[in-house]
Design a protein around this ligand. Structure first.
Ligand SMILES: NC(=O)c1ccc[n+]([C@@H]2O[C@H](COP(=O)([O-])OP(=O)(O)OC[C@H]3O[C@@H](n4cnc5c(N)ncnc54)[C@H](OP(=O)(O)O)[C@@H]3O)[C@@H](O)[C@H]2O)c1
Length: 248
């Protein structure tokens, strides 16, 4: 989904910084954006590491001079296991990526975001508010993340911070659910995710990505702190006009 968010933003003329652990994939992405006439920088990093988050922000400022928006999209699902069996190291890593990483990035980017009266878009999930057995770390981290967004919105009047629920999206994370779910989740829940794929009901990544990109550039200040749905017409209608087609 992060790739599609970057492509939508680039289509609107935004300079984008794409960050992930896989250097090859983000370099390919940024190269394609530059080849299409856009501006993009690849930053290979692990958001669970505070120093790497701070360096990514510094790198962004030295390259582009400012930060108008931050999209916290990086996320991991594992461990998928009942809480009683969940590996504590994987549990800690989940919170480091899904909750601490966004905290490090927001904290480092705040001075620039204040200057730009910028926006933070935190990619949330239904699991932030619903119980999904077998996903204890993911549920806890994402619930904390949505609440962090509310606190951030209350503390920082100069910026706009929102959470976005992207629906159920056809990405590697869903593949992982279909792979481990049958062994580690209640049968009905695992079957639900399998059925979504088989019946073609998973959302294409570009659809929620367009909503995230629109929020990163245009989220109204009075929405700050809210947990929004990707298919909310208040987002999708203006987003379709703002982003007619992604960069090729
Ligand atoms: N797919 C869904 O149905 C769904 C539903 C609700 C919410 N979400 C949320 O949507 C977001 C995107 O998920 P997705 O479905 O696109 O999952 P995905 O296909 O597994 O992609 C996850 C992305 O996060 C990056 N990432 C993971 N760990 C990282 C780390 N430690 N440091 C930096 N980057 C890291 C990955 O790149 P590298 O591996 O290269 O680091 C990858 O680009 C996540 O926050 C997820 O929780 C997804």
């Amino acid at each position: 989904m992060g790739r599609e968010i970057a492509r939508w933003l680039a289509s609107a003329g935004a300079a984008v910084v794409c960050a992930a652990r896989s250097a090859d994939r983000i370099e390919k992405l940024t190269e394609s954006i530059r080849n299409a006439g856009g501006s993009a920088l690849a930053v290979c990093m692990d958001v669970s590491k505070r120093r790497e988050c701070e360096e990514a922000v510094q790198n962004t400022v030295s390259t582009f001079g400012r930060i108008d928006g931050l999209v916290n999209n990086a996320g991991v699902l594992d461990p998928v296991a009942p809480l009683a069996d969940a590996d504590p190291d994987q549990w800690r890593y989940n919170l480091s990526v899904n909750l601490l990483g966004p905290f490090y990035l927001i904290r480092a980017a705040l001075p620039c975001l204040r200057d730009a009266r910028g926006r933070v878009v935190n990619i949330s999930t239904g699991a932030a508010v619903k119980v999904i057995e077998g996903w204890s770390a993911y549920c806890a981290a994402k619930a904390g993340f949505a609440h962090l967004t509310r606190v951030l919105a209350a503390e920082e009047q100069q910026i706009t911070a929102v959470s976005l629920r992207p629906g159920v999206v056809d990405t590697a994370m869903q593949e992982r659910i279909r792979q481990v779910g049958p062994k580690m989740m209640p049968p009905q829940k695992a079957a639900y995710f399998q059925e979504l794929k088989e019946t073609g009901r998973l959302e294409a990544p570009s659809v929620p990505a367009r909503s995230a990109a629109w929020l990163a550039l245009h989220a109204p200040a009075d929405w700050s702190g809210e947990l929004l749905d990707y298919d909310d017409p208040r987002i999708t209608e203006p987003a379709k006009k703002a982003f007619p087609a992604p960069v090729e």
